[in-house]
Design a protein around this ligand. Structure first.
Ligand code: DP6
Length: 387
């Protein structure tokens, strides 16, 4: 292939919700039944890198994911590509000197810097990186919030990965989804010392995928109406304020309560959905005992649609939190030996010797940046194929 190939690359982060998105009011557009809030995690530890290329000789839109060709023939990805092409077309119709990239097929190459086996949902980072790389290739002037609406159509939670720091996804009210977008609550620099420890919990069982799980909850849970009508709207305001005030105790308490509320509506679905396993429940207990022992809330757990725990804490409390986790889970792969000791006050005897076996990997990370441009390129610009 010798004709000109245009290309651009971006990276995008993983985000973990502290106020959960669970429920859709429109399945095709991924419009949620409630607003949500998340923390963006550092890309040094968890990110997707995507190179997007367009060329006049490309035969079809193609995606390679972690080295393997991957189908692009699904409505979610197609919706994203159609929106991005429509914006590019607008630019081209106003400036005839621009190459007609909107008419050319795309080659997309994507890689995660963390093993898929880590069991972490990567669709949020994946769609955010895809949208960011194509937007850069097309030189689109749209803001991160505008682009977040496109990523949202790929996977709801992906819209929040268009920003760094502390992010809200405003559910919006319009039927066409034009007001359902991510916005910044506060940048990373506002509260840079939030750390996250991800405990990847071993589990053989296949979870109910989040998309079908939330549909079941919407259709069958009576508790759900209370969650979206009363609990979440109040918590959304209070959590945004806690972030603005850097009030960790309030932020952490709401984070734990909201994780529990989300898992409660899962259990209230019919048939019930169980995402937490015994290891998850031990971790919940452990964090509560830690906070009680310290006499203040210094750590928060949260769980998505699976048994993995994410523990948020502040850097100033690192010795206390990691001292405890080191005692319980130091034998787990990925643990960075901290040298911290478990507090003498903590009733260490409650921790079972074999608990660490329930955790298959640990990732210690922190709050991070939104999508970044990069010169790294995953496509051979001579052939238009992955390097
Ligand atoms: C529990 O964004 O994966 O992680 O929109 O169907 O792709 P789709 O769902 P997805 O759901 C994420 C659910 C969650 C909570 C959250 O991230 O807010």
């Amino acid at each position: 292939m010798t004709s000109q190939i245009y290309h651009a690359s971006s990276t995008a982060p993983v985000n973990i919700a502290t106020l959960k998105y669970w429920g859709k009011r429109d399945k095709t557009l991924n419009l949620p039944t409630n607003s949500s809030i998340s923390v963006t995690l550092a890309q040094e530890d968890l990110r997707t890198l995507t190179t997007a290329a367009a060329g006049p000789d490309f035969k079809e839109d193609t995606l390679w994911l972690n080295g393997e060709p991957h189908s692009i023939d699904n409505p979610r990805t197609k919706n994203c590509l159609a929106d991005l092409r429509a914006y590019r077309k607008e630019l081209e119709s106003g400036d005839s000197s621009l190459p007609p990239l909107s008419e050319w097929k795309l080659h997309l190459v994507s890689e995660n810097n963390f093993p898929t086996a880590a069991g972490l949902a990567s669709s949020a980072a994946g769609f955010a990186a895809l949208v960011s790389a194509i937007a850069k290739l097309y030189q689109l002037p749209q803001s991160a919030s505008e682009l977040s609406k496109i990523a949202r159509k790929g996977s709801g939670s992906a819209c929040r990965s268009l920003f760094g720091g502390y992010v809200a996804w405003e559910m919006g009210l319009k039927e066409d989804g034009s007001d359902s977008k991510a916005v910044e609550v506060a940048p990373k620099s506002h509260w840079p010392d939030i750390k996250a420890c991800i405990l990847v919990v071993s589990d053989d069982k296949k979870d109910v995928p989040s998309t079908s799980g939330m549909q079941l909850t919407v259709a069958t849970s009576e508790l759900f109406a209370e969650r979206i009508g009363t609990v979440v709207p109040k918590r959304f305001k209070e959590m945004s304020e806690a972030i603005k005030k850097r009030d960790f105790a309030a932020f952490a308490e709401m984070t734990m309560k909201d994780s529990n509320s989300f898992h409660a509506v899962c259990l209230d679905s019919y048939p019930p959905i169980f995402y937490l396993n015994d290891t998850s429940k031990r971790i919940i207990k452990l964090i509560h005992v830690l906070n009680e022992t310290e006499g203040e809330i210094i750590a928060a757990y949260t769980f998505d649609a699976g048994p993995n725990a994410v523990i948020y804490y502040q850097e100033k409390d690192e010795a206390k939190v990691l001292g405890l986790l080191q005692y319980a889970f130091a034998k787990v792969p990925g643990w960075k030996n901290t040298g911290y000791q478990i507090s003498a006050k903590f009733p260490a005897e409650i921790i079972g010797e074999d608990w660490y076996k329930g955790v298959s990997r640990i990732i210690q990370t922190q709050v991070g940046d939104g999508p970044l441009d990069t010169e790294e390129c995953l496509i051979d610009t001579a052939t238009g194929l992955p390097k």
